[in-house]
Design a protein around this ligand. Structure first.
Ligand code: CDP
Ligand code: CDP
Length: 214
C-alpha cells in the first residue's frame, strides 16, 4: 500500500501538488489542514475561543468530515485560527485516528499537512517536504485571495505567513519540521507543472521505477 506524505509551510503549493500526485498514481487524497481549519471554525461557531484547549478539543471530537470542503475554510483568518487550535496537543490527539485510518485505506493515499511524515505516517512510502521562500508563498496566497475578491495587500499576506510559520515551527506539539528521510522540494522558482514533474521523478526514483510525468 502506497502512502505519500507531503509536508511544508503555508502556501508552499503542497495541496496543488498533492492533488496532482494523487491523481497520477490513482491514490486517495487528504488535505489535513482542512481538519484544523474546520476545528477552528466549529470552535468559534460554538462560541468558544481557539486559544481555549477544552473548547477546541470539544469541536475536534465532534468534527464532521462532510464539512471539510466548505469554501469558507479558505478565508483569510481561518488559517491563523487553525494554527492556534493546532498547537493544542489534545486537539492533535483527537484528529490522529481519522488521519491514520485515511492513510490505511487499501487504495493508498497522498496526505498533506505539517506532521504527516514525522507523526501521522512515519513509515510512509515516500515523504516530500515542499518549500518556497516566504515572499514567493505570500505572492501565491495573495493571488489566490485576490481571485476570491478578498481585500488584502501582499504585505499583509506576507506578515500572516511569517506569523503562522513561526507558530507552526515553534510549537511543542508536532512542530513543522522536515522528516530526516523526506525529500526536499523547493518550488520557489518552479511552475506548478515543473514542481509536479520534480515530485514524480523523486517518487518514482524512491519506488525504484523509471518513468516520466505527463
Ligand atoms: O493551506 P495552508 O498551508 O495555508 O494551511 P493549511 O495546510 O490549511 O493548515 C492550516 C493550519 O493548520 C496550519 O498553519 C497548521 O497550524 C495547521 N496544521 C497542522 O498543524 N498540522 C497539519 N497536519 C495540517 C495543518
Ligand atoms: O496547500 P498549500 O497552502 O501549500 O498551497 P496551495 O494552495 O496548493 O498553493 C498556493 C497557490 O500557489 C495556488 O494558487 C497554486 O496554484 C500556486 N502555486 C504556484 O503558483 N506555483 C507552484 N509551484 C505551486 C503552487
Amino acid at each position: 500500500m502506497m502512502i505519500i506524505a507531503v509536508d511544508g509551510p503555508a502556501a508552499s503549493g503542497k495541496g496543488t501538488l498533492s492533488k496532482r500526485v494523487a491523481h497520477h498514481y490513482a491514490l486517495a487524497y487528504l488535505d489535513t489542514g482542512s481538519l484544523y481549519r474546520a476545528v477552528a471554525r466549529d470552535t468559534v461557531i460554538a462560541g468558544g475561543d481557539p486559544r481555549d484547549e477544552a473548547a477546541a478539543v470539544a469541536a475536534a471530537e465532534k468534527l464532521d468530515p462532510k464539512t471539510f470542503e466548505d469554501p469558507g475554510l479558505r478565508a483569510r483568518g481561518v488559517g491563523e485560527a487553525a494554527s492556534i487550535v493546532a498547537a493544542h496537543a489534545q486537539v492533535r490527539a483527537a484528529l490522529l485516528a481519522y488521519q491514520r485510518a485515511f492513510a490505511a485505506q487499501p487504495s493508498g493515499a497522498v496526505i498533506d499537512g505539517r506532521d504527516i511524515g514525522t507523526v501521522i505516517c512515519p513509515n510512509a512510502t515516500v515523504k516530500l517536504f515542499v518549500t518556497a521562500t516566504p515572499e514567493e508563498r505570500a505572492r501565491r496566497r495573495y493571488l489566490q485571495l485576490a481571485e476570491g475578491s478578498i481585500p488584502v495587500t501582499e504585505d499583509e499576506v506576507l506578515a500572516d505567513i511569517r506569523k503562522r510559520d513561526e507558530r507552526d515551527k515553534g510549537r511543542e506539539a508536532a512542530p513543522l519540521v522536515k522528516a530526516e528521510d523526506a525529500h526536499l522540494l523547493d518550488t520557489t522558482n518552479l511552475s506548478i507543472d515543473a514542481a509536479f514533474k520534480a515530485a514524480i521523478d523523486l517518487i518514482d526514483a524512491a519506488l525504484g521505477r523509471s518513468g516520466s510525468a505527463s
